[in-house]
Design a protein around this ligand. Structure first.
Ligand code: PLP
Length: 391
């Protein structure tokens, strides 16, 4: 990877990690094979002993997956990357590789719902306890840290209210207390935010979202230092097997090549849509870090190189107005997925946050009239027109 160190992110996205086979193919090769053949008994023994590098078995060594890992590592500025079967598998592999029974996690409260279930129900079952805190309140993070805290975990911007965590401040806190800071960088991707440069230790990706960006495949990744990720997280993957397939890795490689172009288009459309929504009489409030009215606009400007493609807004008419808006759309997809070239719309109070009690929803700031849009790259006027139908 060293030969790529001098290149810019846009170049890394297209070039990093590629190794041509003897066929001299131009595009990256796909290796749909479960195992690899050894030249001799001695070579097989050396590969298994780890004294000689090389492919063994696609649960943990596949050349196409390796190109994806090296390319994403170059883009995030990470020493190591481990690709996984999904974003959830990346978070599971991080916990299983780095934590043990009796350890404690401090996590921001407004994270991906399934991550909350993983921490509470599954890690909890194996004796790893999690405390949830307000993303933006650094003092609350500090107060929640205990002697057995090993991991701080966050997602920024948060979903759906786009609150911003101060990664550098929390990285400092993690260092002071001898724990690791993991950042789920799904919403920003390395194009908009590079958490390792801000002091984070681990980056999590759901490649299912923007890295693919076209809604085709499930995948994930963990990035960080060689000892933690390249050894401990990799060890879990090798043994327990939540592996990315070669085909999916190839699709993600093609996704990475255009990531910076797509992120720019997502950001441009989202900012224009946020500004337009602020003007609409039916809208009470717009949540988007690119708006001057966003309480952490300055932090977002400092920490991110763009404001992302996700926004939400609150309609004055509550749930009825929310459902009416969703049902009046003809183009925008009604789906909870995000990070796609296609715009998607959700009513969080009755879907992603529907299992919370009304009190819990109020505490989380999820109003009955809240709508979340993952802004796609269609013509902005068509997106506005589609939303205007139900307003
Ligand atoms: C979707 C998502 C995940 C989980 O990823 P999957 O690929 O669906 O398993 C994790 N974190 C965030 C922020 C997500 O949006």
């Amino acid at each position: 990877m060293n030969e790529f160190e001098e290149y810019e992110l846009e170049t890394l996205a297209v070039r990093a990690g590629q190794v041509r086979t003897h066929e001299n193919e131009h595009s990256e090769p796909i290796f749909p094979t479960s195992s690899f053949v050894f030249g001799s008994a001695a070579e097989a023994a050396a590969r298994f002993a780890g004294t000689e590098p090389g492919n063994i078995y696609s649960r943990f060594t596949n050349p196409t997956v390796r190109i994806f890992e090296q390319r994403l590592a170059a883009m995030e500025g990470a020493e190591s990357c481990v690709a996984t079967a999904s974003g959830m598998a990346a978070i599971l592999a991080t916990c299983m590789g780095l934590l043990k029974a009796g350890d404690h996690i401090v996590s921001s409260r407004s994270i991906f719902g399934t991550t909350t279930v993983l921490f509470t129900n599954y890690m909890g079952k194996f004796g790893v306890e999690t405390s949830f805190v307000d993303l933006v309140d650094v003092a609350a993070w500090e107060a929640a840290i205990k002697p057995n805290t090993k991991l701080l975990f966050l997602e920024t911007p948060s979903n759906p209210l786009t609150e911003i965590a101060d990664i550098a401040a929390l990285a400092k806190l993690a260092k002071q207390h001898g724990c690791l800071l993991a950042v789920d960088n799904c919403f920003c991707t390395p194009v908009l935010q590079r958490p390792l440069e801000l002091g984070a230790d681990i980056i999590i990706h759901s490649a299912t979202k923007y890295l693919d960006g076209q809604g085709r495949c499930m995948g994930g990744a963990v990035l960080g230092k060689k000892d933690k990720v390249g050894t401990d997280v990799f060890g879990f993957l090798r043994t327990c097997g939540p592996t990315m397939s070669a085909f999916n890795a190839w699709v993600f490689l093609k996704g990475l090549e255009t990531l910076h172009l797509r992120m720019k288009a997502h950001c441009d459309n989202a900012l224009q849509l946020a500004r337009w929504l602020e003007q609409q009489p039916a809208v009470a409030r717009v949540y988007y870090p690119g708006l001057e009215s966003h309480p952490q606009h300055a932090l977002a400007r400092q920490q991110q190189s763009g404001f992302g493609g996700i926004l939400s807004f609150e309609l004055k008419g509550g749930k009825d107005a929310g459902w009416k808006l969703v049902d009046a759309t003809r183009m925008i997809s009604i789906t909870a997925n995000l990070g796609d070239t296609k715009s998607t719309i959700t009513h969080p109070a009755t879907t992603t946050h529907g299992r919370l009690t009304p009190e819990q929803r109020a505490a989380a700031g999820i109003a009955d009239g809240l709508i979340r849009i993952s802004v796609g790259i269609e013509a902005i006027e068509d997106i506005k027109k589609d939303l205007a139908r139900g307003m």
